[in-house]
Design a protein around this ligand. Structure first.
Ligand code: NAD
Length: 335
C-alpha cells in the first residue's frame, strides 16, 4: 500500500524502513507537517502516516478524503490532534500505536524529577566553567517523599514501579482506577484534591481530553503544597502555562519539568537555533532557573521507536488486507 508519511525525520525513515523491509509497503516521506495547506501532497496515496503535531482537523481530513485517502495511521499513542467525528463522517479509518515501551516515557519523567531535585542542569554548566561551588545546589532525597501520579495507565504504572524503588509514598488519581496500583508499597488512590494537598511531586500521565484540558491551572495550583515539583511528559495543554508562570514567580512551584508544551507545534522537532522565537510565554518559561524543558523527547528511545514502527506497519498491513485492526479508534459521542 502507498503511504504518505508526514513530519518525517531521519529516525522515522530508519525505523519505519526497517519494520517495512519484509512487508514492502510503498512509503513516501515528506518533511512537511500535515495540515490543510500540505494535505494535497498526499497525491494518490490511500494512506497517511502522521505524528503528534500534524493537524488532522475537519478541513485537512476533507482534503485527504477528496484525494482518496482511506487510512490515517498515527505513529503515536495520543490522538487529540485528530477530529475523530469528522474522520468517521468521511469514512476514514484511524489507527494508532496503543502501546509502546512505557519505560521510555516513565524513565524520562524520573530523569526530569532527579535533574530538578538535584539541580543537575545547573551543576553541569557550573563544572564546565570550573565552578565547583555547591551553593544553590542543595537538593532533597526522593526517599519518603510523596509523589502524586495523575493517570495510572501504562506509563503511570511504570513510573509507580520505579518510584517504589526510591522509597516514595505514592498517591494515585485516575478516572478509571487500576486495581494493581494500590498493590505497590505505600500506594493508594485519593481524590484529586487530596493528591494536590499532600504531594511533594506531581507527575501527569493522563490523556489530553476536553475534561483534562488545563487540569493544572491556577485553582489547582492553589490547592498544592508550596514548593511542589510539577512534571508533564504527557500533553502540553494539560497545564495552563500562564498560570504556571505566575506560580513560578510567586515561588509556589518549586520546580517545573516539561517534555510537552501547549503551543509546541511551531517549536518542537526542528532546529530553530538561528531563528527568533516569537512565543513570549515559552521564552519566559526558559528564564526560570528551576524550569527544565525537553522538546517532546520522552518517547525517543531505540526500544520505543522499534515498537512504534512495527505496530504502525502492522496496522497498515491489517487495513490493506481488510483485516480488523486492534488499534483502530472511533469517535464515541458523549452520552
Ligand atoms: P494509557 O491510556 O495507558 O493511560 C492513561 C490513563 O489516564 C488511564 O489509566 C486512564 O484511565 C487515565 N485517565 C483518563 N482520563 C482521565 C482523567 N480525566 N483523569 C485522570 N486520569 C484519566 O496511556 P499511556 O500509554 O500511559 O500514556 C499516557 C499519556 O502519555 C498519553 O495520553 C500521551 O498523551 C502521553 N505520551 C507522551 C509521550 C511523550 O513522548 N512525551 C509519549 C507517549 C505518550
Amino acid at each position: 500500500m502507498k503511504v504518505a508519511v508526514f513530519s518525517s525525520k531521519s529516525y522515522d525513515k530508519t525505523f519505519l524502513n526497517a519494520a517495512n523491509e519484509a512487508v514492502g509497503h510503498e512509503l513516501v516521506y515528506y518533511d512537511s507537517k500535515l495540515d490543510a495547506s500540505t494535505a494535497p501532497l498526499v497525491g494518490n496515496a490511500p494512506a497517511v502516516c502522521v505524528f503528534v503535531n500534524d493537524v488532522l482537523d475537519r478541513a485537512t481530513l476533507e482534503i485527504l478524503h477528496q484525494c482518496g485517502v482511506k487510512l490515517i495511521a498515527l505513529r503515536c499513542t495520543g490522538f487529540n490532534n485528530v477530529d475523530l467525528q469528522a474522520a468517521g463522517e468521511l469514512g476514514l479509518t484511524v489507527v494508532r500505536v496503543t502501546a509502546y515501551s512505557p519505560y521510555s516515557v516513565a524513565e524520562h519523567a524520573v530523569g526530569l524529577i532527579l535533574c530538578l531535585s538535584r539541580k543537575y542542569h545547573r551543576a553541569f554548566n557550573r563544572v564546565r566553567e570550573g565552578n565547583f561551588s555547591l551553593d544553590g545546589l542543595l537538593g532533597f532525597d526522593l526517599h519518603a517523599r510523596t509523589v502524586g501520579i495523575i493517570g495510572t495507565g501504562k506509563i503511570g504504572m511504570v513510573l509507580a514501579e520505579i518510584l517504589q524503588g526510591f522509597g516514595c509514598r505514592l498517591l494515585g488519581y485516575d478516572a478509571y482506577p487500576n486495581p494493581n496500583f494500590p498493590k505497590f508499597n505505600r500506594a493508594e488512590y485519593v481524590t484529586l484534591d487530596e493528591l494536590y494537598a499532600q504531594a511533594d511531586i506531581i507527575s501527569l500521565h493522563c490523556p489530553l481530553l476536553p475534561e483534562t484540558h488545563h487540569l493544572i491551572n491556577a485553582s489547582a495550583l492553589e490547592k498544592m503544597k508550596p514548593g511542589v515539583i510539577l512534571i508533564n511528559v504527557s500533553r502540553g495543554a494539560l497545564i495552563d502555562t500562564e498560570a504556571m508562570i505566575e506560580g513560578l514567580k510567586s515561588q509556589k512551584i518549586g520546580a517545573l519539568g516539561l517534555d510537552v508544551y501547549e503551543e509546541e507545534e511551531d517549536l518542537f522537532f526542528q532546529d530553530l537555533s538561528f531563528k527568533i522565537i516569537q512565543d513570549d510565554i515559552f521564552q519566559r518559561l526558559l528564564t526560570f532557573p528551576n524550569v527544565l524543558v525537553t522538546g517532546h523527547q520522552a518517547f525517543f528511545t531505540q526500544e520505543a521507536l522499534t515498537d512504534i514502527a512495527t505496530t504502525t506497519i502492522s496496522n497498515i498491513s491489517d487495513f490493506a488486507a481488510g483485516r480488523p485492526c486492534p488499534h483502530e479508534i472511533r469517535y464515541t459521542p458523549k452520552s
